[in-house]
Design a protein around this ligand. Sequence first.
Ligand code: FMN
Ligand code: SF4
Length: 319
Amino acid sequence: MSAETADLSPLFQPLFVHGKTLRNRIVMPPMVQLRPLTSPEGVAWYARHAQGGVGLVIVEATGVDRFGEEFTAADLEPLVSAVHEHGALIAIQLFPGTRGQGFAPAAMSTDDIDTLVTRYRRAAEQCAEAGFDGVEPHGAHGYLLNRFFSPIQNTRSDAYGGSLENRMRLALRIVAAVRPICADTMLLLYRHTPVGEGYGIDESLVLTEALVNAGVDILDISPASVEQAGDRAAPFTRFGVPVVAVNELDESSRALEVLNKHRADLVAIGRGLIADPDWPIKMLKGQEDAIVRCIRCDVKCFGNLRKGIPIECTQWEDA
Ligand SMILES: Cc1cc2nc3c(=O)[nH]c(=O)nc-3n(C[C@H](O)[C@H](O)[C@H](O)COP(=O)(O)O)c2cc1C
Ligand code: SF4
């Protein structure tokens, strides 16, 4: 099917989930961009993407230890309002944080684990107060929660290591702590990598079923690397909650295939939206040819990240 003749309407169907309406199926996935979330530059970054027409903005991985210390709910309100003003919903990805947590499961005491769960709950409380539409514990990409799930990374011999049930325990505790805070005002998302170190789809399906039973509203299924580029989301659609697919879906044919074959309910477009925040609106207006394309150079997105400077794009002039 050529871009000229393709029916793009599946991208623009609203999605209703747990009392919220996403205006379309296009998600901005979490992407660390290195402008402070409370600064005019950080607010403008996300507002610009909301203005471009995405249905849901997921703000970058943000350490739970920063809430209430580095910023309060009131400090985050301008970010939330700016995105809402442009008609998008806004969620935020919650990262285990760096201070005092360590990054190896075996290095954490049970007190550290309890503290982490408490921090997730407190961060979610601040997010609710700031007016966010959702929170997303970061369980993907080999970071701490994902390491607890990996039988290779997780060498613990207590209730948090060993069996699959034990390796799922931390994620489920966090979800149980955050779910009541979300109540009916915030969606609870969870980002998971479907195939990782020492585990495959079958174990991931057990985890995601438990997550859904514990109250997760949206599953964000993210392969860990570009080597796994492609939609791996399809098996996760069986649980009756919307699923997000991601990885190089900025070609409309690929995004449409995902939606039309119901391999996922939502498509996240990462670097494609850094290259052109107006990707959704240009698609909607039939101006696909005018979209500034990501060329996968990784120079000013991942490249800037590695240098510790705000991300931009080699292709987009006004980033
Ligand atoms: C600059 C940059 C920062 C990222 N930061 C995060 C992050 O904070 N949390 C996360 O889960 N993924 C992060 N990712 C991964 C993206 O969310 C997405 O999964 C990935 O870019 C693949 O999608 P794409 O091919 O559409 O770019 C980041 C990606 C980029 C390019
Ligand atoms: S810097 Fe390169 S890889 Fe990154 S978004 Fe722009 S074109 Fe894509």
